[in-house]
Design a protein around this ligand. Structure first.
Ligand code: ACO
Length: 213
C-alpha cells in the first residue's frame, strides 16, 4: 500500500470511493439513511470537496493506484462552525441536517481555540476505508501519517469528531484524547425520541483531540 497526499486530479476518484464506503457506511449516515451504497449525496460531496481543497488529505492506494482508503483533513478556524451552522439552516436535506446539527452543536460546547490557545486546528473530518481493505491497519496508518502532515504545516492541535467505536479506537491508539462526548440516545427531538437510531456497537459521538508539542 502506498500513502500519498491527495492532489486535485484525484478529487473525483476520492468522492467515488466515498460513495461506495463512507457515505453509506459511517454510523450516522447509516442511521439517517443518508444515501445508498454507490450513490451520491450533494451536501456531503460538497463538504468533501471543500475539505480536499485544503490540500491536507491523504489516500492509501494499491499497486494499481486504486484508492483503498482516505483521510480528509481540513483547516478549522474560529467562527467556522458558527458560519457552517448558518449555512446548514438553508439546507433542504433533512437527513444531512440531523447529522450536522448534532456535530456542530457538539463542537460549539467547547471553544478549542481558547482552550488550547491556538488560532487554527487540523480537523480530521472523514476517515474511510474500502470494504475490501478493512482490518489491515490502513485507517490507523492514515491517522498516523496525518499527524506528520499537521506538523509539517505547523498545526499545534488536531481534532476529530469520531462517530463510531472503531474510529474512536483508531484515533486513541494514535494518541488522541477525549475532550467531550454525547450519547446518541440523549440526542432527542421535542417528544424525547432519539433523532438518530445509531446501530450498536456505536453509542456515542466523541470529540477527540491531540495536542502536538
Ligand atoms: N470490527 C472490529 N474491530 C475493528 C473494526 C471492525 N469492524 N474496524 C476497525 N477495527 C479495529 C481493528 O481491529 C484495529 O484494532 P487493533 O489495532 O487493536 O488491531 C483498529 O480498529 C484499527 O483498524 P484498521 O484496520 O486501521 O481500520 P480499517 O482500515 O479497517 O478502517 C474504518 C476502519 C475507517 C472505521 C472503516 O471501517 C470504515 O471506513 N468505516 C466506515 C466509515 C466510518 O465509520 N468512518 C469513521 C467515521 S469518524 C470520522 O470519519 C472522523
Amino acid at each position: 500500500m502506498e500513502y500519498k497526499l491527495i492532489t486535485e486530479e484525484r478529487f473525483d476518484d476520492v468522492v467515488r470511493h466515498l460513495r461506495d464506503s463512507f457515505f453509506a457506511d459511517e454510523p450516522l449516515n447509516k442511521a439517517a439513511g443518508l444515501c445508498c451504497k454507490g450513490l451520491g449525496n450533494r451536501e456531503l460531496e460538497q463538504h468533501s470537496y471543500e475539505t480536499l481543497e485544503d490540500h491536507l488529505s491523504l489516500m492509501a492506494v494499491d499497486e494499481n493506484d486504486e484508492i483503498a482508503g482516505v483521510i480528509l483533513n481540513g483547516v478549522l478556524l474560529p467562527g467556522d462552525i458558527k458560519s457552517a451552522q448558518k449555512k446548514l439552516e438553508l439546507s433542504d436535506d433533512e437527513n444531512f441536517k440531523k447529522i450536522f446539527q448534532l456535530l456542530y452543536s457538539h463542537n460549539q460546547k467547547v471553544n478549542i481555540f481558547e482552550r488550547f490557545n491556538v488560532d487554527k486546528a487540523f480537523d480530521v473530518r472523514i476517515l474511510s476505508v474500502d470494504g475490501r481493505f478493512r482490518g489491515q491497519g490502513i485507517a490507523k496508518e492514515l491517522v498516523r501519517r496525518s499527524e506528520q502532515v499537521a506538523r509539517d504545516f505547523e498545526f499545534k492541535l488536531m481534532k476529530a469528531d469520531a462517530t463510531g467505536i472503531f474510529s474512536q479506537k483508531i484515533l486513541k491508539s494514535n494518541g488522541f484524547e477525549l475532550l467531550i462526548e454525547q450519547y446518541y440516545n440523549k440526542y432527542t427531538d421535542e417528544f424525547g425520541y432519539p433523532v438518530l437510531n445509531v446501530e450498536s456497537p456505536h453509542i456515542k459521538l466523541q470529540l477527540l483531540y491531540k495536542y502536538l508539542d
